[in-house]
Design a protein around this ligand. Structure first.
Ligand code: ADP
Ligand code: MG
Length: 448
């Protein structure tokens, strides 16, 4: 699971591609991400002027980059320093109220965006879709537990929320809990620390529908497994519905107690597969419709063709294309933006491409030592290849600037950005540099 900061770094990286270096340095890099609160990402600008400028110039781009990396986040709140204290205090109070409410009446936060209606059904997911719908219509009756498994970004979480939303609508006084395995674990360990295990048990054992997402993380957590075993039995015995989602089949979850494995297998285990082309296209069309995006239809076919790994990435690529078109000032996204957006993804998907490989090729080409390439020397014979190497990595691979900085002896990501932009600029006027870079790219590609 990506941490908050990893995700934020991804946002920074996207913004690096969407705004000028000056804007990036002034308004983006100086932001301090604070937290996600109620589907909103809260960030702190360094000054009140920066806040105003950021909102005026880059709010849309920032929001779309954020949405790409933080699922469930729908808005961004930019604070200026004078607002920080008061805001945090508000959040704290709100959290305390929510916590007590949760203890009292099991309110679950379900994402309203994830419904059966906007889940596109195709060959790859039609059985799991029917199973989920069946369970939503008859909780506790037919498939208990329902265990959904499949790779990342294929719609497991979406289906869990869809079931929750459906059940909430039709059974107003049903008590529902949706938690990730991590939340369940944290809740449990907290209850031990604070000696509130009674309240914990009450909370989890008196629900009509319990959904635990990413249950594979229970692997190795002996205490949590023990507790969950009892929770499970209590609920099951009273025909309360249990739904679990995992990235693996129960038999492939390591260090899982046998008795839990057999409980997990006692209902219906259903997998969710990678979508085929038609489903991918239909998902993109649905998304365009929901978000009211303006995109040429061949763009959707192009994306559906190129991105066949997971649906989150598919949606991400569409967002990227739309952001680019907005940035360029077009009112409809075309193949031009699509190709731009996919440039780096396509090549970096080729296996075996690594920072080391690119460095190796550059060192050979310019006859410099790797130690010098990543070292501190400032003479032109070294600096040029170094900057070219950085440029190539940013062009060919889809990795954060910070990671590249680390590979170059712990340089700051702004240094990396500077090198990249400088070469990108120089290529436009310097023919021989352009030829060299094309040579290098050909060599790198022929090597992988
Ligand atoms: P998982 O939990 O399996 O990693 P998610 O449920 O988070 O995947 O899905 C990733 C993204 O893809 C979400 O935005 C979700 O809405 C979308 N998605 C997945 N499957 C579908 C589908 N069949 N139709 C529409 N959107 C989908
Ligand atoms: Mg998920």
């Amino acid at each position: 699971m990506d941490s908050f900061l990893t995700r934020w770094n991804e946002v920074l990286k996207d913004m690096g591609n969407l705004v000028t270096a000056v804007s990036y340095d002034l308004y983006i890099e100086t932001l301090e991400p604070i937290k996600v609160d109620n589907n909103k990402l809260v960030v702190l600008a360094s000054t009140s002027t920066n806040k105003k400028q950021l909102l005026r110039l880059h709010k849309e781009k920032l929001l779309s980059a954020i949405k790409n990396h933080f699922e469930n986040v729908e808005d961004v709140i930019v604070l200026e320093p004078s607002e920080k204290e008061a805001f945090l205090e508000d959040i704290k109070q709100a959290e305390e109220t929510i916590e007590t409410n949760q203890m009292l009446n099991e309110k679950t936060i379900l994402n309203k965006k994830y419904t059966f209606d906007n889940f596109v059904v195709g060959q790859s997911n039609k059985i799991v879709y029917s199973a989920a719908l069946n369970v939503a219509e008859n909780p506790g009756k037919n498939f208990n537990p329902l265990f959904i498994y499949g790779g990342v970004g294929l719609g497991k979480t979406h289906l869990l929320h869809a079931i929750g939303n459906y059940v909430t609508k039709n059974n107003k006084d049903f008590k529902i809990i949706y938690v990730t395995c991590e939340q369940f674990m944290n809740d449990f360990t907290k209850s031990i620390r604070e000696k509130t295990t009674e309240a914990f048990r009450h909370k989890y054992r008196e629900v009509d529908l319990l959904m635990i997402d990413d249950i594979q993380f229970i692997s190795n957590k002996t205490g949590t497994q023990e507790e969950f075993f009892h929770t499970f039995n209590d609920l099951h015995q009273f025909n309360k519905q249990i739904i679990l989602a995992s990235d693996k089949h129960p038999r492939n979850i390591d260090a899982l107690e046998e008795r839990l494995r057999s409980r997990f297998s006692g209902g219906l285990i259903q997998d969710i597969q990678k979508p085929d082309f038609e489903t991918r296209l239909a998902i993109l069309q649905k998304k365009v419709e929901i978000e009211n995006y303006s995109v040429e239809s061949n763009v959707l076919e192009f994306l559906a063709e190129k991105i066949d790994t997971n649906i989150r990435e598919l949606e991400g690529s569409l967002n990227k294309v739309v952001s680019l078109s907005i940035l360029i000032g077009k009112n409809k996204a075309t193949m031009f933006e699509a190709e731009e957006a996919l440039k780096d993804i396509a090549i970096s998907q080729a296996q075996n491409l690594s920072v080391d490989k690119i460095m190796e090729v550059v060192c050979k080409y310019y006859n410099v030592k790797k130690a010098d390439l990543i070292g501190k020397k400032k003479n032109k014979e070294i600096v040029d290849p170094r900057q070219i190497c950085i440029y190539l990595i940013t062009e060919l691979m889809d990795i954060p600037l910070m990671t590249i900085g680390n590979a170059f002896g712990g340089r700051d990501h702004t240094t990396i950005m500077h090198a990249r932009d400088k070469i990108a600029q120089n290529i436009k006027t310097n023919k021989s540099l352009k030829v060299n870079i094309e040579d290098l790219i050909a060599m790198i590609k022929s090597d992988i």
